[in-house]
Design a binder for this molecule. Structure first.
Ligand code: FAD
Length: 456
């Protein structure tokens, strides 16, 4: 059996590894346009901050490691066409490669900003692939930039603003929405903004780029929509991504309104011989109970492994879905989120109640206690937990505390159920009632008041 995998990143490599684990005799070939397969692009901001010194240390596995597992690689090769009738792919070098099963893990393409693309400036960067990261890092080391503009304050934008500040490059971060990190509740978004500003990042919301031009010395002159004029050494465009599905669509595979490939819970596409996984597909959202677009590395790894199981012909377990769990480090602080936020819950027709509390991460009498700011969202009618967000110092372990909430959401628990969870306690590490349970109790108090007043 020959399995051809297009894409050598999280989804594609996870699929290959799983096939080899289950069916070592299968012929597995990864064809990827990248020069660096199985590379942690998630680590790039920490290379650019200077905290990680060596680009090559970001490989999850080197090409040699993959080849040692008998996974064949065809690097620097773009697949330009799928001939699904003949079961073959055509590469940009003109080669035809036949397959029994094809797996697509072609990921995303960054959204473009024409006003900056038109400049064709060497100082304008997108940060999406390992080569993008390599190019940016080479540029920083050679040119020693002193100022940067980051456009878009999602997680990549925030991480890059932090990276530049850590490296001593003064940075501006602009966001067209009225808050940065739009998937955060406003209170947490304000905290993220304060943390950035405390380290010197200049943050503008409700702001975009009006005009851009090049100067002779490779700087970029920008006028913002708030009329401010900037001249910076580097511009990073991080305004979101789109599924990279042109190849799949040209082959006639079904895709959704956003262009994400339509798959079932076993990562099967509308063609019985083609599977797809990762950022190029739509993802089942367990809270919304429908498919949505949730491109994340954590999901791509899981979906890739399932595609691999199906390709190996084994009884694959289903992809059970995502609950939208995400974590973001902002200097010495962490923002963590799972589930949906207030605005989305209203849009979905829930009757939501949001509580926001502050609680110590461990008993205050033990040195070093830090506040956790926690918001908890539940549905008043059913008592269902809908979402939790936390913000605290890195030492408060909110990145793991959010995983308790994610597990609760995965299991469709109510807010009241949270009070019954047997969570750990030791004074230097926690409290008899975890902050998540303190928030749950507050939510129940608040909704009891609602019930009482509506009965009157
Ligand atoms: C800076 C940054 C930080 C991130 N941080 C996090 C994080 O902290 N946590 C998290 O969960 N996620 C994070 N992500 C997102 C995460 O990296 C992606 O969700 C994940 O890489 C998706 O994996 P994928 O394999 O589906 O697609 P991609 O990683 O996009 O890979 C697509 C692959 O397909 C190849 N390809 C595309 N088209 C073709 C073609 N026609 N022919 C041949 N090859 C092709 C590409 O070369 C590439 O190898 C981050 C992303 C970036 C850019």
């Amino acid at each position: 059996m020959k399995v051809v995998i297009v894409g050598g990143s999280d989804a594609g490599v996870s699929a290959a590894l799983r096939i080899k684990e289950l069916e070592p005799s299968f012929d597995v070939l990864i064809v990827t346009k990248d020069h660096y397969p199985n590379f942690s692009v998630c680590g790039l901001p920490y290379l650019h901050s200077g905290e990680i010194k060596d680009f090559t240390s970001l490989f999850h596995r080197t090409p040699k490691d993959l080849e040692a597992l008998q996974i064949n690689l065809q690097l620097d090769t773009e697949v330009s066409m799928i001939d699904s009738a003949k079961c073959l792919v055509v590469t940009s070098h003109g080669d035809e490669i036949a397959y029994d099963t094809l797996i697509l893990g072609t990921g995303v393409l960054p959204r473009k900003l024409p006003v900056l693309d038109d400049l064709q400036s060497p100082s304008v960067f997108y940060l999406h692939s390992p080569c993008d990261g390599e190019r940016l890092e080479t540029y920083i080391r050679k040119k020693h930039p002193r100022s940067a503009l980051v456009i878009g304050a999602g997680y990549i934008g925030v991480e890059m603003a932090e990276a530049f500040a850590t490296r001593g490059i003064s940075s501006y971060l602009i966001e067209r929405n009225d808050q940065i990190f739009p998937s955060a509740e406003v209170s947490h978004s304000n905290r993220i903004q304060e943390a950035l500003e405390a380290k010197g990042v200049k943050v503008y919301t409700s702001c975009g780029v009006k005009t851009a031009s090049k100067t002779e010395d490779t700087k970029v002159s920008i006028t913002l929509t708030n009329q401010e004029a900037l001249e910076v050494d580097i511009v990073i465009v991080a305004i979101g991504v789109l599924p990279n599905s042109t190849l799949a669509q040209a082959a006639g595979l079904a895709s959704d309104a956003q262009g994400a490939i339509v798959v079932d819970h076993h990562m099967r596409t509308s063609d019985p011989r083609i599977l797809a996984a990762g950022d190029v597909v739509h993802t089942f959202h367990r809270i919304l109970q429908r498919f949505a677009y949730l491109p994340l590395g954590s999901t791509a790894h899981k979906q890739g492994a399932i595609a691999g199981e199906v390709a190996a012909g084994s009884v694959a377990h289903e992809f059970k879905g995502s609950v939208g769990t995400q974590v973001l480090k902002v200097f010495e602080n962490v923002f963590a989120t799972t589930g949906i936020k207030l605005a989305q819950s209203l849009h979905e027709g829930y009757d939501p109640v949001l509580v926001e509390i502050e609680a110590d991460d461990h008993k205050a009498y033990y040195p070093g206690a830090k506040k956790i700011f926690l918001s908890l969202l539940g549905d008043k009618i059913t008592g269902k937990l809908l979402g939790v967000q936390m913000y605290a110092r890195t030492t408060a372990a909110v990145h793991k505390r959010i995983d308790v909430a994610a597990t609760a959401l995965y299991n469709d628990m109510t807010v009241a159920d949270l009070l019954d969870l047997d969570l750990s306690y030791n004074p230097p590490l926690g409290s008899p009632w975890d902050p998540l349970q303190v928030a749950a109790a507050e939510w129940l108090r608040k909704t009891a008041t609602f019930k009482a007043s509506s009965q009157r």
